[in-house]
Design a protein around this ligand. Structure first.
Ligand code: SF4
Length: 287
């Protein structure tokens, strides 16, 4: 447990300023992400140093296809997410509280040490929403850079500007998952909003981070040619046509256990649409 950054005191607790939810948290309660709690008038990041998932992954699995291809990265996550996508593919860790999931106890120093001892060139903050464990990620990323390692962020990009700005100098590559180019979709299915995600993607590009984007295609919800076209149109309009775009297959999970897995032909059609609209590199994931 570590005192959180980015919060302010309120008469009956605190207000978290880490992500656009701006949760007002009373004494003893937690924010939407389940991983930040108000104790004695302070906000604490509960999962600090408590990764629940730890693995060595090919960098292409993040997915990043144009960043250090052929290498492996030390990948880890703590519990927590500030979105609540109804089809979440990792809900067993993203939608749980830290104390409800088995975890390791690993300090940032030990994490960097594990990476160095294994001869891995990078660390990936991944699997859940790393911004909900910002302090652990940031402290690890600083140490990783000091030791010549690269840092990879895998996120939905729903964070406030200040924490993003403070982290970005230490992030070398990022894959941001865009759910759909539709604010109503974000609100209805993900419990979030679209505008901050788009602003943060552009901020990352501006900061010189190697950027790739993912669009998980959910059957019947965001997989139409029109919806794919709107995403590609936004990318081209904002000079992101060279950013690799990954269309990923969705499987039945979490609150959508009866969902039909995304047909491969839907992904192929999305790829053709993207290429036609000027996106230069398009990949298919989970296929
Ligand atoms: S990081 Fe968590 S506690 Fe903070 S505003 Fe976002 S959802 Fe709420």
């Amino acid at each position: 447990m570590e005192e959180a950054r980015f919060y302010t005191a309120t008469p009956d607790g605190v207000q978290c300023l880490l992500c656009p939810h701006h949760c007002r948290i009373r004494e003893g309660a937690r924010g939407i992400c389940r991983s930040r709690e108000c104790r004695d008038g302070k906000l604490y990041a509960l999962s600090y140093g408590m990764p629940c998932a730890l693995a060595v992954d090919p960098v292409e699995k993040k997915p990043l296809n144009q960043f250090m291809p052929g290498t492996y990265c030390l990948s880890f996550s703590c519990t927590g997410c500030n979105l609540s996508c109804r089809w979440c593919q990792n809900s067993d860790i993203s939608q749980e509280a830290p104390e409800d999931v088995d975890h390791y106890v690993i300090s940032p120093e030990e994490m960097v040490d594990i990476c160095l001892k294994r001869g891995l060139p990078s660390i990936a903050y991944t699997y859940t929403e790393p911004f909900t464990w910002w302090e652990y990620m940031c402290n690890t990323a600083v140490l990783a850079h000091d030791n010549g390692l690269k840092n990879i962020l895998v996120s939905a990009g729903y964070v406030e500007k200040d924490p993003l700005k403070e982290l970005l100098p230490y992030i070398d590559a990022a894959n941001i998952d865009i759910k759909a180019m539709d604010d109503a979709f974000y609100r209805k299915y993900c419990g979030a909003t679209l505008a901050p995600v788009l602003e943060n993607i552009l901020a990352m590009k501006e900061a010189g981070v190697h950027l790739e984007l993912t669009n998980l295609l959910v059957t019947g919800l965001n997989d139409s040619e029109k919806q794919v076209g709107e995403l590609c149109s936004w990318m081209v309009h904002n000079g992101l046509q060279d950013v690799p775009l990954h269309f990923s297959r969705c499987f039945p999970r979490y609150k959508m256990s009866s969902l039909q897995p995304t047909p491969v032909k839907t992904l192929i059609r999305a790829k053709e649409t993207a290429l036609t609209m000027g996106i230069r590199a398009v990949y298919l994931g989970n296929v």
